[in-house]
Design a protein around this ligand. Structure first.
Ligand SMILES: [Fe+2]
Length: 608
């Protein structure tokens, strides 16, 4: 009998589910793709349903279920922290009450007993979240309408960062590797490093609350006027426009210490004093203000969202990015020193900083880097599966995940039904015509919707839910922004390049199949592909191999045959929403934007 393990990231941003059968990945997917709510938290019920469907089993057949939270992990620290903050807030609340301040904010407003009700709400939320994690079995049984005693599965809590580490090792091509998980916080830890060897992971060090590089990045992102969950990538895109003239300030904001440790200057932050409101309900996560008045004293007033970007914002972004890299390399140097290894598995939200990732090979002793495609919190669902399979059950290593194609796919027949339902005229092409026609449309300057095969896991569209255009046309960035993406004009678009041609165009050649590395484009090539060359000459490339995505590979090969350029511009198939999942999502996006053509499987739709 095959053994099924279901992994879940729930009640936290980027809710997701994954399922493996005897150590082989069957499916992994983010809930936002189904419910169309960006980064949605809550319970990933549709993702779980999809995973079971893909495996062809029901919930009663699952042998193990795990969630990437462990309410008991570091419990003593959590309790201590809650108690310290409670005491501090109580004294603040009563001080305010006794000095008869006319208006107090809801956070610390005293109730009739003189207690800070905001504070108690926060502690209640925290405990409530822990209880939800414990009630996972009941939630699952209820969701599928079966009595909970019918679920034979064993339930596991896997600590957040251990799930990240597992996600970057057990599916990596490495027998042994140094591992680093780095993000905001999970289970009270921001950074954890380890050594992975065959089917076990040994944790070697960690950085604890309230110190976190992710928190510094998010706080600065908020200060710069980008308030939404996941906006950090915008600041990373802005950084190359600035000069790091605030690096001294940022070296004071994050200070490195011995043995890979770092501390943040707490004066600049609120999360450890007043606390920061976080909403992890069904919608997109909302995070309250993290930075303190010290940011304003040092850098001037915060930028309002939508206000013009000035040199100051660009320079702050550049300084933040540089400091993140310095601290990242500081940790990595230590991780190398204690492991003696040159292979690295990287995970956590900060591992989405592809600019830093691309410089690891240049600035540290590491020679090979594996970044799990869903390096952020959604990927912990997959990490949980393998932590149980390899770590707990001591099964041998098996699957290697090089691509990210683990989501829903649709047959040509299913696609046709949707096209007919939408009343669209379409042409059916054979495989050879398909890539040739699409390549010629791209070369002709059209905006091409490209919907093929299994949807990607993680934030990047990798040629299955992509919009593809000609990278040789400098005006393509503006055309895409004007007609579809509506993104800030400073944000770059990314190139997909044939794997064997990387050395002709880029300064580095280490594979980047999931678009999580930024390399410098060779100076003599920059004018050839201006639409994917960022202001500093860099590009966040996807290396495309025949093995991982034969149809996308063929498309770029056909484009090269027509133009001599083995590169296309690849941006995610969406318009300010989660990446499209179903043919109908793609059709709706096509209809409401000014995309020129849509290739859905073997079907071609042209705008009339
Ligand atoms: Fe995380």
């Amino acid at each position: 009998m095959p053994r099924y393990i279901l992994g879940i990231n729930a009640y936290h941003g980027d809710a997701a589910a994954a399922i493996i059968r005897d150590g082989q990945i069957v499916a992994a997917v983010e809930e936002e793709r189904f419910n169309r709510v960006k980064h949605c938290a809550g319970f990933p019920s549709q993702s779980i349903r999809f995973c079971l469907e893909a495996a062809g089993i029901s919930i009663e057949d699952v042998d193990h279920v795990g969630i990437s939270r462990d309410p008991s992990a570091h419990l003593h620290k959590k309790v201590l922290f809650a108690a310290t903050r409670a005491a501090r807030q109580l004294s603040m609340a009563s001080a305010r009450a006794s000095s008869s301040v006319a208006s107090v904010d809801s956070e610390t407003k005293p109730d009739s007993n003189g207690n800070g009700s905001g504070m108690f709400r926060q502690i209640k939320n925290r405990l409530g979240n822990a209880a939800k994690v414990r009630d996972l079995k009941e939630d699952l049984a209820r969701m599928f309408g079966v009595p909970s005693d019918r679920l034979k599965a064993q339930f596991h809590n896997v600590e957040h960062h251990r799930a990240h580490l597992a996600s970057s090792f057990f599916v990596s091509p490495f027998e042994r590797a140094a591992l680093l998980s780095i993000d905001g916080f999970g289970d009270f830890i921001s950074t954890m490093w380890a050594i992975g060897e065959r089917n076990s992971i040994e944790v070697l060090g960690q950085v604890e609350y309230p110190h976190s590089t992710g928190i510094v990045y998010t706080a600065t992102t908020q200060f710069l006027g980008f308030p939404h969950y996941g906006d950090e990538g915008k600041v990373m895109g802005l950084a190359p426009y600035g000069r790091p003239r605030f690096i001294r300030e940022f070296r004071d904001i994050i200070r490195t210490e011995e043995r890979g440790q770092f501390r943040i200057n707490l004066d600049y932050f609120r999360h450890h004093t007043e606390g920061v409101e976080m909403t992890w309900d069904q919608g997109s996560p909302v995070i309250g203000k993290i930075f303190s008045e010290a940011f304003v004293e040092t850098f001037g007033p915060r930028r309002s969202p939508g206000a013009p970007l000035t040199e100051r914002e660009r320079d702050i972004a550049a300084s933040l990015q540089l400091r993140l890299e310095e601290v990242g390399f500081h940790i990595l140097d230590h991780v190398h020193e204690v492991t003696g290894l040159t292979d690295l598995g990287l995970s956590g939200g900060v591992a989405y900083n592809s600019v830093m990732n691309g410089k690891i090979l240049l600035n540290t002793p590491f020679k090979r880097v594996y970044v799990q495609p869903a390096a952020g919190d959604s990927g912990t669902a997959l990490g949980v599966c393998f932590q149980i399979h390899n770590g707990v059950l001591q099964q041998p290593r098996g699957d290697i995940m090089l691509g990210a194609y683990t989501g829903p796919e649709f047959s040509n027949d299913e696609i046709k039904v949707e096209l007919e339902r939408a009343g669209l005229r379409f042409e059916v092409l054979n495989d050879i015509e398909l890539t040739r026609r699409a390549a010629s449309d791209i070369a002709g300057g059209l905006v091409v919707g490209w919907f093929q095969g299994k949807m990607e896991f993680g934030p990047r569209a990798l040629g299955n839910r992509s919009i593809v255009v000609d990278p040789r046309r400098a005006d393509m960035k503006d055309i895409l922004n004007d007609r579809i993406k509506k993104r800030e004009p400073f944000r770059p678009f990314a190139p997909s390049i044939l794997a064997e041609r990387v050395s002709d165009y880029f300064e580095q050649t280490h594979p980047a199949p999931t678009m999580l590395m930024v390399y410098q484009i060779k100076s003599e090539r920059r004018d050839e592909i201006p639409a994917v060359t960022h202001v500093d000459g860099s590009g966040r490339l996807q290396t495309v191999s025949q093995e991982l995505n034969p149809r996308y590979y063929q498309l770029i090969s056909d484009f090269e045959r027509m133009t001599g350029v083995p590169v296309v511009l690849n941006t995610s198939f969406n318009e300010n929403e989660p990446i499209v999942c179903t043919p109908n999502d793609a059709i709706q996006c096509f209809l409401k934007t000014k995309m020129d053509v849509l290739y859905l499987g073997n079907n071609l739709v042209r705008r009339q």
